[in-house]
Write a protein that binds this ligand. Structure first.
Ligand code: 5AD
Ligand code: SF4
Length: 464
């Protein structure tokens, strides 16, 4: 048996999105329950896990680079166990490639069977034989896996897995399977337990949270879930991602507006502003729908911040189509956006579409897109100058140990002078320098605001 009598240490590297991070917290939770200890030095550790992402080609490349590097580490540390899991493993050709060309990989499992990890690991330890076990799909979410949370004051809560949308560019429906929602009672209990454990902010996770409950009983939907979670005492902030514009109903917008704990922030990926391209992407909404949804949110939710995802260079995207995207960005005034060069994903319909766009055109468009986005983001942030905002303090600033960072309810990064005792607290900060990507501010004593916590970041008048 390998590993016998050795200190059980592990290191997890997570690629990709918050869903993967949440899965890694579960892998870490399971390992700690088995007595393993986390260790940051990959050269000394007993077990390395790469939790992989497949969303774009460069994500795949990075994973293979990391797997390649383990070969060298194994020369000095031959007992090292390498486990690889996550979205890439749901693609049979990737698993084949690993089996054929990467003998340093000892364990492979997928997104649907992370709960089997301890069993697979144990089998490997006993037999010393490679374990490859990937489930194609699953129709239930395994409940009650131990979770090793990164922060005591905030947590991810997965409310559903999978995606039914099959956007033509996207690999996710193939790697995460069909939508499966958790029972609302299970989610409620989990959030309540987190709050009892000191957590003040939860982020509800799903590929498309707006279609939560479509596979459950009639009255179970995302709007009702938000309303229900909003009743939990001592919970301060509810966030969620990701929303699909086609499913963002008035009922969801009203729930966000009505529920004081639900943050006035939404991540709403539009992908493109051209109705023609949106159709080719199979997004099921038009340019007018986007503008209408955004307007509705701005009308109903005070001071709402809206961020988005944009893909440039989808097959067949003309200069006119791209100009439509710029037009929508300007009309909607997004607070910020993640912008992506379209990346071919083998097996998706767009991969074989004609008129793939040359890389230099994609790069030119992304640069033009960023220029517009940065100007809008800068202008929006100027509205924060001299305002008092509620900030949930998260950590020490990476650039300056005397400064702390946290987020407003609208998701803005705020940097201020403080100390470790602020972490996990909600503090009131007066913004002294509004920049394009962050807000510098000064902590103010609660009395200066009459003790009022202002959930919508409204300015608190100086002399009131
Ligand atoms: N190429 C580029 N970007 C993609 N995304 C998803 N698939 C692709 C792809 N093939 C982007 C979308 C999505 C985000 C998570 O990743 O914008 O919202
Ligand atoms: Fe991918 Fe579209 Fe599903 Fe989002 S909604 S995960 S972009 S298929």
């Amino acid at each position: 048996m390998k590993h016998f009598n050795k200190k059980l240490t592990f290191f997890i590297k997570t690629f990709g999105c918050a869903m993967n991070e949440n899965d890694s917290e579960k892998l870490s939770g399971m390992l700690k329950a088995l007595g393993y200890v986390e260790e940051n030095d990959i050269n000394k550790v007993g077990l390395v896990i790469f939790n992989t992402c497949s969303i774009r080609e460069n994500a795949d490349d990075r994973v293979f680079g990391n797997i390649g590097a383990i070969k060298t580490v194994k020369k000095t540390n031959p007992d090292l166990i390498l486990a690889v899991c996550g979205c890439m493993m749901q693609q049979p050709e990737i698993v084949k490639k690993i089996v054929r060309t990467y003998p340093q990989v000892d364990l492979v499992f997928g997104t649907h069977n992370i709960h089997q990890f301890p069993e697979l690991l144990n089998n490997f330890l006993v037999n010393g034989q490679r374990m490859i076990e990937v489930w194609e799909d699953s129709d239930a979410i395994v409940e009650d896996l131990p979770t090793d949370r990164r922060y005591p004051f905030k947590a991810f809560v997965t409310i559903m897995n999978g995606c039914n949308n099959f956007c033509t560019y996207c690999i996710v429906p193939y790697t995460r399977g069909r939508e499966v929602s958790r029972q609302p009672g299970k989610i409620f209990n989990e959030v309540q337990a987190l709050v009892a454990d000191g957590c003040v902010e939860v982020t509800l996770l799903g590929q498309n949270v707006n279609s939560y409950g479509n596979d459950l009983e009639k009255d179970v939907n995302f709007a009702n879930l938000l309303r229900k979670l909003n009743t939990i005492e001592n919970l301060k902030r509810i966030r969620f991602m990701t929303s699909h514009p086609k499913d963002l109903t008035d009922a969801v917008i009203e729930a966000i507006a009505d529920c004081d704990k639900v943050c006035n922030y939404i991540h709403l990926p539009i992908q493109s502003g051209s109705t023609r391209i949106l159709k080719a992407m199979n997004r099921k909404y038009t340019q007018e729908d986007i503008i209408n949804r955004v307007q509705k949110m701005k009308d109903r939710i005070p001071d709402v911040a809206i961020t988005t995802d944009i893909i440039v260079g989808f097959p067949g995207e003309t200069e006119e189509d791209f100009m439509e995207t710029l037009k929508v960005i300007k009309a909607c005034k997004f607070d910020s956006a993640f912008t992506f060069l379209y990346s071919i994903r083998t097996g998706t319909p767009a991969a074989t579409m004609e008129n793939q766009i040359p890389e230099e055109i994609k790069h030119d468009r992304i640069n033009r897109c960023l220029e517009v986005l940065h100007q809008i983001g800068h202008d929006i942030n100027q509205n924060y100058q001299d305002r008092v905002v509620e900030v949930l303090v998260e950590e020490t600033s990476r650039n300056n140990p005397d400064r702390m960072t946290g987020r407003t309810r609208t998701g803005k990064l705020v940097i201020f002078e403080g100390d470790l005792s602020d972490i996990g607290k909600q503090v009131m900060i007066k913004i002294t320098d509004a920049k394009t990507f962050s807000l510098d501010g000064k902590k103010i004593e609660q009395e200066e605001t009459d003790g009022r916590i202002n959930p919508y970041d409204d300015p608190v008048p100086e002399n009131s």
